[in-house]
Design a binder for this molecule. Structure first.
Ligand code: AMP
Ligand code: ZN
Length: 494
């Protein structure tokens, strides 16, 4: 259904510095690129927050009826320890440390990334390209940038010439920086540097003999600069200009600024119409980060094995905690905040379960149609999930009053309420029911066990007690305990 035709969506566009009405390049279609993880270690919860914000945005676009091509890359080469194009490749460094191949590092942490996202009930992107799979495309872009006079080669490395570029374009337009200020505030180049200016950035780096991740190029053996892969992969799969580019706030500069420069230098057009930046998850008031160790890992959340946690938290409780903050706001993680979110999440789930059994009447106290539009309005206002959640709790309040016999709802309104809650809670916010994964597996388990209970009852009626006992005992061995009561048989899963 093309719901988008009846809704006006506004998005905070970082490059414009304001909210703008969203209009895709091709009606009904959206091209969205989000910078993916550098797979040299396990993703921490901060990384998950950024990807979760874009998962929610992807889900809302899909719900509105857009055909979305969502590209989220894997950085498996080129991301150096130091942003100033010096130091080792993060993946090569880890490979040396662990005495394994760089591609083993990549495989290990890509698998961890996928497993973690699956636990949080993420939808997979449409394409998940890798930097190493697009070396040829990156080399082609470098050739074009050199040809257009915006890059130069020195000793087997190629650098982007920011000063020349800034004469005809605006380097700094995304991050709001001015090149003159950057020049005034930077240190002199070190004697070993091949760069003409400290602001120039690497498109290709010569590989020293000890550098293990290397590819042949017209400039000798080397490896691509980090910013280049995203230009290569976004333009390859989404075109020279596409709708949305996202990433964490910390990528605005230099990464995204450099992406704009590369794309404008090679293609002559602005690459992205809407830039979206997700804000940081903090711990103890400081950004969660791999390098400082100020972080917490998803598995620690699920097991509760971290000194700051008083208990484990389910993936959906954590997801609900994230969704209670707007994606452009900083969010601080604490045990108290998690406990409060868990309470809210359980209350919401309980209300959704109770709604099914509510009696219907001849009138409704809640104007369900107006309430439904308020839910859309919240999401249409730059994906405002906390306001949406406040509206969901307005519905929870009514459900509880109806349950207590203090309010009523018509059958038609009850159907709309149920459908709308399911849409916003499960489809758009991506939550799952208590003890349920994204595939509804606990529901399936319930159906299978009920089938076995039925077969056991049949066996008993046929006086086949050997079979009925076998069903009960084998289920028990799997941790599923049947309980016979006066209203039939129920079960517990341990
Ligand atoms: P990386 O693997 O370091 O390239 O980071 C992957 C993504 O996680 C990027 O979009 C970062 O901006 C984002 N990110 C890193 N730290 C945090 C944090 N503390 N909170 C939210 N997002 C983060
Ligand atoms: Zn990127």
């Amino acid at each position: 259904m093309q719901i988008y035709k009846n809704q006006t969506l506004k998005i905070y566009n970082s490059i414009a510095g304001k909210k703008e009405v969203f209009k895709p390049i091709n009606e009904g279609h959206i091209g969205m690129y989000v910078c993916g993880p550098t797979v040299y270690s396990n993703v921490h919860l901060g990384n998950c927050r950024t990807f979760m914000s874009f998962d929610m945005i992807f889900r809302y676009f899909k719900h509105l009826g857009y055909k979305v091509r969502y590209v989220r890359n894997i950085t498996d080469a080129g991301h150096l320890v130091d942003d100033a194009d010096e130091g080792e490749d993060k993946i090569a460094k880890k490979a040396l440390l662990e005495q394994i191949e760089p591609m083993e590092v990549v495989q290990r942490y890509t698998v961890d990334f996928h497993n973690t996202l699956q636990k949080f009930n993420f939808l997979p992107p449409s394409i998940e390209p890798t930097a190493t799979g697009h070396i040829i495309e990156q080399i082609e872009i470098i050739k074009e940038i050199i040809e257009k006079g915006f890059a130069y080669e020195v000793n087997g490395s190629v650098y982007f010439d920011v000063v020349t570029f800034n004469k005809t374009n605006n380097y700094g337009k995304l991050s709001g920086r001015k090149l003159e200020d950057m020049i005034a505030n930077t240190r002199e180049l070190s004697a070993q540097s091949d760069k003409k200016n400290p602001q120039d950035f690497a498109l290709w780096k010569k590989a020293e003999p000890e550098h293990i991740m290397r590819w042949p190029s017209p400039w000798g053996d080397g490896f691509p600069g980090w910013h280049l892969e995203c230009t290569a992969m976004s333009t390859k799969y989404l075109g020279k200009t596409f709708d949305i580019h996202g990433g964490g706030m910390d990528l605005k500069f230099p990464h995204h600024e450099c992406e704009i420069a590369q794309a404008e230098a090679s293609n002559g057009v602005s690459p992205v119409n809407y830039w979206l930046h997700a804000n940081m998850l903090t711990l103890n008031g400081k950004k969660m980060s791999k390098s400082t160790g100020n972080n917490i890992y998803p598995n620690e959340m699920f097991t509760g094995e971290n000194p700051i946690l008083s208990k484990p938290f389910s993936p959906s409780a954590v997801r609900f905690f994230m969704m209670q903050a707007h994606y452009t706001s900083i969010l601080d993680l604490s045990n108290d905040a998690l406990l409060a979110s868990e309470k809210g999440y359980l209350k919401l789930m309980e209300a959704i379960t109770n709604l099914k059994g509510l009696p219907t009447g001849s009138s409704s106290n809640l104007n369900v149609d107006a309430w439904k539009q308020k839910c859309y309005d919240a999401m249409n206002d730059d994906f405002n999930s906390p306001i949406l959640i406040a509206h969901l709790f307005e519905a929870v309040k009514h459900i509880n009053l109806i349950k207590d016999g203090k309010e009523s709802i018509t059958a038609n309104d009850k159907t709309i309420l149920e459908e709308t809650l399911n849409t916003f809670v499960f489809e758009i916010l991506g939550l799952t029911g208590v003890n349920e994964d994204g595939n509804g597996n606990s529901k399936k388990l319930e159906e299978v066990v009920n089938l076995l209970i039925q077969l056991r009852n049949d066996a008993r009626s046929n006086k086949d007690f050997a079979l009925s006992d076998q069903i009960r005992d084998q289920l028990l061995a799997m941790g599923i305990q049947l309980k016979d009561g006066k209203d039939g048989t129920t079960f517990n899963v341990s």
